[in-house]
Design a protein around this ligand. Structure first.
Ligand code: IPM
Ligand code: MG
Length: 370
C-alpha cells in the first residue's frame, strides 16, 4: 500500500520521539512492502518562532492532504509568557478543531514487565485494560464566551461549557462501538448531580445504549471515577466523557501502568485523517538529551497502522516488538527500576527495530540485559 503520513514533530522531546516512530515505520514499510511517504509540517512553539503562529495554514493543508497525521508534542517555557491565542497549545486545539477530531482514544494497558514502576500495587493494577474516550472539540475548551470583564472596578471571568446534543451523541456512539469489540462495558462519566450539560450527557448515553443491547452502560460521577480508577482500575473497559473531565481522567488513567512515556493516543474524525500522538507532553526538562521514552510515540504509530490503514498484522508486529524488548529488560529512564542501566531514546528505537526486522535479535538483547 502507499500512504502519505503528515509528521508534525513539534517541540521538545516531540522531535526525538517522532524521529524514532518514523524510523520504525520505515522498517515496517520495508518488511511488508508498503510505501510510506513522510511529509513534515510545523506546529507549536517552533511554528511561532518561524511563522508567528502556532499552526500555520500550510500545516493544516498538509494534514488535510494526508492519510494520517503523526504529532510529537508542543510547548515549552520559552513560549509560556505569550498571550493565550499565541501559545503553542493553541496550535494543538486548533488542529483538533480544523480536522474535526471529535474523539480522543487513549488505551491504557498493563505491561507485566514494568509492573514495578506503577504507583499502584501489583495486585491492584495487574490485568487492567481500558480505553478512555474523551470528547475533544467541545465543552469548556471551546465554549464562548471565554473572557475577562471589568465592570465598576470589579474583575470577573467566564468560560463556557457548551455542547450540541449531536456532538455528545457522536462520541458516545464511538465509545459503544468500541466497547462492542472489547468486553462490552461503557462507563459514562459526568457530573449530573450538579451540571445541566451532564444531565443531557447522561440522557444521551441512555438513548445511544438502546442501539447496543449487548453493551452494558453504567454512569459514574467524575469525582467517584477519579477515585475508582486508583481503587479498582480493572472494573473499567471503555470510559467515555466530556473534554475537560477526559483531559484530567486520561492523565490519571495513563500513569496507572507506570509511565506517561508508554501511552499512545488516536484522535478520530468523521471523514478526515486521524491524528496520532503520545499522551506525554514536550518534557522541556529532558528535551534534546536523548533520554525520552519513544514507546508512546511508537505505539501511536502502531495505532495509526491499525486504525487508519487497516494494517492489523503490521500493528501487532510493532506492539509485540515493544513487549519483547521490555520483557528482555531494556528500559528508558522513566521506566527504569533500581539496578537497571537506562538506554537512550535511540537505543530503544534501534532495539525495537531490530526485533521487528529479525526475530533472532531478541536473543542478543536479552543477553545484554541478563
Ligand atoms: C492533552 C493536553 C492538552 C489538552 C493541552 C496541551 C492543551 O493536556 O492532550 O491532554 O488539555 O487537551
Ligand atoms: Mg491533558
Amino acid at each position: 500500500m502507499e500512504k502519505r503520513i503528515a509528521v508534525l514533530p513539534g517541540d521538545g522531546v516531540g522531535k526525538e520521539v517522532s524521529r524514532g516512530a518514523v524510523s520504525i515505520l520505515r522498517a515496517v514499510g520495508e518488511l511488508y512492502g508498503h510505501k510510506f511517504q513522510f511529509l513534515y509540517g510545523d506546529i507549536g512553539g517552533g511554528a511561532i518562532d518561524e511563522f508567528g503562529t502556532p499552526l500555520p495554514q500550510q500545516t493544516i493543508d498538509l494534514c488535510k492532504a494526508s492519510d494520517a497525521v503523526l504529532l510529537g508534542a508542543v510547548g515549552g517555557p520559552k513560549w509560556d509568557m505569550l498571550p493565550g491565542h499565541l501559545r503553542p497549545e493553541k496550535g494543538l486545539l486548533k488542529i483538533r478543531k480544523d480536522l474535526g477530531l471529535y474523539g480522543n482514544v487513549r488505551p491504557v494497558q498493563y505491561y507485566s514487565s514494568i509492573s514495578g514502576v506503577s504507583p499502584l500495587r501489583k495486585e491492584v493494577i495487574e490485568g487492567a485494560d481500558m480505553v478512555v474516550v474523551r470528547e475533544l472539540t467541545g465543552g469548556l475548551y471551546f465554549g464562548k464566551p471565554s473572557e475577562r470583564t471589568m465592570k465598576k472596578g470589579e474583575a470577573s471571568v467566564v468560560d463556557t461549557l457548551f455542547y450540541q446534543k449531536k456532538e455528545i451523541e457522536r462520541v458516545i456512539r464511538y465509545a459503544f462501538k468500541l466497547a462492542s469489540s472489547r468486553r462490552g462495558k461503557v462507563t459514562s462519566v459526568d457530573k449530573a448531580n450538579v451540571l445541566e450539560s451532564s444531565r443531557m450527557w447522561r440522557e444521551t448515553a441512555e438513548e445511544v445504549a438502546k442501539d447496543f443491547p449487548q453493551v452494558q452502560l453504567e454512569h459514574m460521577l467524575v469525582d467517584n471515577a477519579a477515585m475508582q480508577l486508583i481503587k479498582n482500575p480493572r472494573q473499567f473497559d471503555v470510559i467515555v466523557t466530556e473534554n475537560m473531565f477526559g483531559d484530567i481522567l486520561s492523565d490519571e488513567a495513563s500513569v496507572l501502568t507506570g509511565s506517561l512515556g508508554m501511552l499512545p493516543s488516536a484522535s478520530v474524525s468523521v471523514d478526515g485523517p486521524y491524528l496520532y500522538e503520545p499522551i506525554h507532553g514536550s518534557a522541556p526538562d529532558i528535551a534534546g538529551q536523548n533520554t525520552a521514552n519513544p514507546i508512546a510515540m511508537i505505539l501511536s504509530a502502531a495505532m495509526m497502522l491499525r486504525m487508519s490503514f487497516g494494517m492489523e498484522e503490521e500493528a501487532e508486529a510493532v506492539e509485540n516488538a515493544v513487549i519483547q524488548v521490555l520483557d528482555a529488560g531494556s528500559r528508558t529512564r522513566d521506566i527504569a527500576d533500581f539496578g537497571n542501566v537506562p538506554v537512550t531514546t535511540e537505543e530503544m528505537v534501534e532495539e525495537i527495530k531490530a526485533v521487528l526486522l529479525d526475530h533472532e535479535a531478541i536473543c542478543n538483547i536479552m543477553s545484554a540485559y541478563a
